[in-house]
Design a binder for this molecule. Structure first.
Ligand SMILES: Cc1ncc(COP(=O)(O)O)c(C=O)c1O
Length: 455
């Protein structure tokens, strides 16, 4: 039996735009007026032209952006992971920052970055609810922390060692990490109500909202009869922060974007959008200070693809149609083989969005997309444990299944306890890596695994 990996969350190699990148490389490398700059140390925030092009592209993609996204709001990064580390280094401090909130289930590979930033003891999971984040839970944890500071509890107010004179002009009291749209791992999209409420809380308590917006452009209608073109995207947290009167000079949000999901992960390139002050300070972290833009060469390739329309064509006409077919095949297989076992797709409150039907009329539809969906096992004593499902899947059906425990917030001992009664009773499924027929086979094997575990 050929092994099937349901944990892996990256694109199939054939989708990595190698041919298009080869053309872009030729165009960049064979022209000295481009290659001279592409191959040397770049400006800390990336080339101004490239920032302009990314800003214009984002303005066009996010209809909710209140005004054009200008270059001073954009920095070219070495991908969302590298940017996350830089954001934490520059704007948080393990002494000053009171809590580092992470929406759980969380993108597990990001966890190490928070630990590396020294925030381990401050890490606090915040459960998702049906609208994307449990705001009451978050408020209660903030209140708890604020009380300690109001009471002058010994040891809580520790002076920061990140001094303004050393380039730390702004440290946030709190930070919160979230994937608001088409989340990894849950697949949920946060409601508009919760987005607005989160921005309001962020302003009130000096929270930096770090939004990994990496799946936004891989969006399509859940209803397969509606075309994916002209789909309106949910407003990002940063769009809401910008549109709501009273934004501070630093803002309370940063949108972390990536070309990994749109072209190829190995390029190590992305962008951040935030208030100009924030972007300027982000460009002054150690690695850029010494080495300049962290993806100087690959940002030239991506810029060529962006300006020529090749990138958008790849996303709209290659990636989305293929991922959409796989998603539909996966959902159908789940309904056929897993629903009879009491398993359900964990949707939360589906996000409704405006799209155009095939006659170009406005319609409302549910949003789907990204790389992942989550399935929930039934709350039934007789249902096998997640650990048994993983073991039997691996040993008897050559199936690698993600453990829900993976998505808990390390550093927060309560996170695992919460997981045991929620997302550890289920697993994440991904359609980015496996082809349609492999996904169907995987779900058939998962159903057999569960039947076997019940014996
Ligand atoms: C939510 C999330 N953020 C960040 C990343 C990594 O992005 P990058 O390749 O740009 O570092 C991933 C990749 O799986 C992801 O799912």
């Amino acid at each position: 039996m050929a092994p099937i990996d349901l944990l892996i969350g990256r694109p199939t190699p054939r989708l990595q735009a190698a041919d298009k990148l080869a053309v872009a490389s030729q165009k960049v490398l064979l022209k000295p007026e481009k290659s001279d700059w592409a191959l040397t140390y770049g400006p800390d925030h990336g080339e101004d032209d490239i920032r302009d092009h990314v800003g214009a592209w984002l303005t066009q993609k996010y209809k909710s952006a209140s005004s054009p996204i200008t270059r001073d709001r954009v920095i070219i990064t070495n991908g969302a992971s590298g940017a996350l580390i830089a954001i934490l280094q520059k704007f948080t401090d393990p002494l000053y920052t009171r809590r580092m909130f992470l929406v759980e289930p969380t993108y597990f590979l990001a966890l190490q970055s928070f630990l590396d930033a020294g925030l381990g003891p401050k890490m606090q999971g915040v459960p998702e609810d049906d609208e994307g984040i449990d705001l009451e839970f978050l408020q209660a944890r903030i209140d708890e922390e604020e009380r300690k500071h109001a009471d002058n509890t010994p040891g809580v107010d520790v002076p920061s060692t990140k001094l303004e004179s050393h380039g730390y002009r702004k440290l946030y009291k709190y930070a919160l990490y979230v994937v608001p749209t088409l989340s990894n791992p849950s697949g949920k999209t946060m409601s508009l109500h919760h987005r607005k409420a989160l921005v309001e809380l962020a302003r009130k308590y000096d929270i930096l909202l770090i939004a990994d917006d990496v799946y936004d452009f891989l969006a399509w209608p859940a209803d397969d009869t509606i075309p994916h073109k002209d789909l309106e995207l949910p407003p990002r947290l940063i769009d809401i922060d910008r549109q709501t009167p009273g934004i501070s000079e630093w803002g309370n949000t940063v949108s972390n974007g990536s070309f990994s999901k749109l072209a190829a992960p190995g390029l190590r390139a992305g962008w951040c959008e935030a208030a100009p002050n924030f972007i300027y300070d982000l460009s002054t972290t150690g690695a850029t200070h010494s080495g300049g833009c962290q993806s100087q060469y690959t940002s030239y390739l991506l810029d060529d693809m962006l300006v020529s329309g090749v990138l958008e064509d790849h996303v709209q006409n290659t990636l989305i149609p293929i991922y959409r077919k796989r998603y539909n095949a996966l959902v159908d297989a789940i309904k056929t083989y897993l629903y009879p076992l009491g398993i359900k797709i964990s949707t939360g409150n589906p996000y409704e969005i405006r799209a155009k039907d095939d006659k170009d009329s406005d319609v409302r539809t549910q949003l789907a997309g990204g790389f992942f969906l989550y399935i929930d096992y039934p709350y039934d004593e007789a249902f096998p444990t997640a650990a048994d499902v993983i073991r039997i899947g691996r040993d008897e059906f050559s199936l690698r299944i993600a453990s829900g425990e993976l998505f808990t917030v390390k550093g927060d001992p309560e996170s695992l306890k919460r997981a045991h009664v929620t997302f550890n009773r289920g697993t994440r499924l991904c359609w980015a890596w496996n082809e349609e027929q492999v996904l169907v086979e995987a779900i058939q094997r998962l159903a057999k695994t569960i039947e076997r575990a019940k014996e």
